[in-house]
Design a protein around this ligand. Structure first.
Ligand code: SP5
Ligand code: ZN
Length: 348
């Protein structure tokens, strides 16, 4: 039985709402996701191991120090300002985005105002920071690194039950309900140990953040199956089939975009392409970004994968028979996400 790496701290992040197309909607990346997955795995007999704390060194090989420092301090800064009392805002939400459209190639200054700083690092309005966001995201990274430790010490495969998810978090920018990229940090830890590592991403959405981290790297494969961004789905501007990496990393990025409505057969053909890419790459270790949001019942994607589909995907990746760290990404249907995780890990 695959061990489950757990930290109570992953429950401390609660976005409550997300600002989507200008409207405050119910957040779907809720703490209860982790609670129901944990209960389902315990009931299925998976042993739990505690998360151990790790220093920032591997994290800082994935993310710029400025992003990490801002995430660490953003909530305290927000509380020091008048945002709670005067403005009535209980979450850090960006409003100005100093993208190149604004700065136009000119030298620009880091904003003095706390409420202007958020948009330097966050690229959407859905990914809010509140009390406990930093602690949860950092605990998720520790859980991923704990799982890598266990695999490097000889365990075949280990699952890190992480939230918030991470695969949309890029070197210097975060969004898509993600803050720190746990899967990328785990892959970097394998790479540091001299292993050629394949990140296989079966979340319903393209992992633009992980792709960005390893875009020009020859030692890490990033391969993803996801709903076609060209059909109007997050992350909208990345995840097309012709994105293959650059420089030394040319050919070590693989994208399989699928039309909305794709069910088990089409999705599993995509998963098989990822597995074949890992074989061609001569991968020595795998990081599986396990999002359960491709499921038919999931509110955040139009893919129609069944429980059996997730089981067969687990079996396909398991058949690689490589040391594997499984990292939890998306999956938002609270009634089924635990059972889907059990299905994938059991068949693995
Ligand atoms: C890790 C992950 O699965 N991130 C997915 C983020 C995609 N969200 C983009 C669209 C959000 C629209 N949500 C509308 C539902 C009302 N809350
Ligand atoms: Zn997703």
């Amino acid at each position: 039985m695959i061990p489950v790496v757990w930290s109570d701290d992953v429950l401390r992040h609660d976005p409550r709402d997300e600002i989507w197309v200008g409207v405050r909607t119910d957040g779907t990346e809720v703490p209860r996701r982790a609670t129901v997955i944990r209960a389902a795995l315990a009931a299925a007999g998976h042993p739990e191991v505690p998360t151990t704390e790790h220093p920032d060194d591997v994290l800082l090989e994935v993310h710029e120090a400025g992003l990490v420092d801002w995430l660490r301090t953003a909530w305290d800064a927000w509380q020091d300002g008048p945002y709670g009392t005067l403005v009535g805002s209980d979450r850090v939400v960006p409003y100005v985005f100093p993208t190149p459209l604004m700065t136009s190639g000119m030298p620009w200054r880091y904003p003095a105002a706390t409420h202007a700083r958020a948009g330097v690092w966050c690229y959407d309005t859905m990914t809010v920071v509140g009390p406990g966001t930093w602690e949860a995201a950092r605990a998720a990274v520790d859980a991923g690194l704990t799982a890598v430790d266990l695999v490097l010490a000889g365990r075949h495969s280990v699952y890190a039950l992480t939230r918030p998810p991470g695969h949309h978090a890029a070197p210097a920018g975060f969004g898509g309900s993600c803050y720190l990229n746990t899967a990328a940090v785990a892959a970097q830890a394998f790479a540091r140990a001299g292993r050629r590592v394949a990140v296989l991403d079966v979340d319903a959405h393209h992992g633009n953040g992980t792709q960005a981290v390893f875009w020009d790297r020859a030692d890490v494969l990033y391969a993803s199956v996801h709903v076609d961004p060209g059909a109007g789905w997050f992350p909208h501007v990345l995840g097309y089939g012709d994105e293959r990496g650059a420089g030394a990393g040319a050919g070590s990025t693989v994208n399989v975009p699928l039309p909305p409505g794709t069910d088990d057969d089409g999705w599993l053909r995509g998963v098989r392409l990822l597995v074949e890419a890992a074989l061609r790459f001569d991968a020595e270790a795998v990081v599986l970004s396990l999002g359960l949001d491709a499921a038919a019942a999931d509110p955040e994607s139009p893919l129609l994968v069944s429980r059996d589909g997730y089981a067969r995907a687990g079996a396909l990746v398991g058949a690689l028979d490589l040391p594997t760290v499984v990292v939890q990404e998306g999956g938002y249907d609270l009634a089924s996400v635990g059972d889907l995780t059990v299905a994938a890990l059991s068949a693995f």
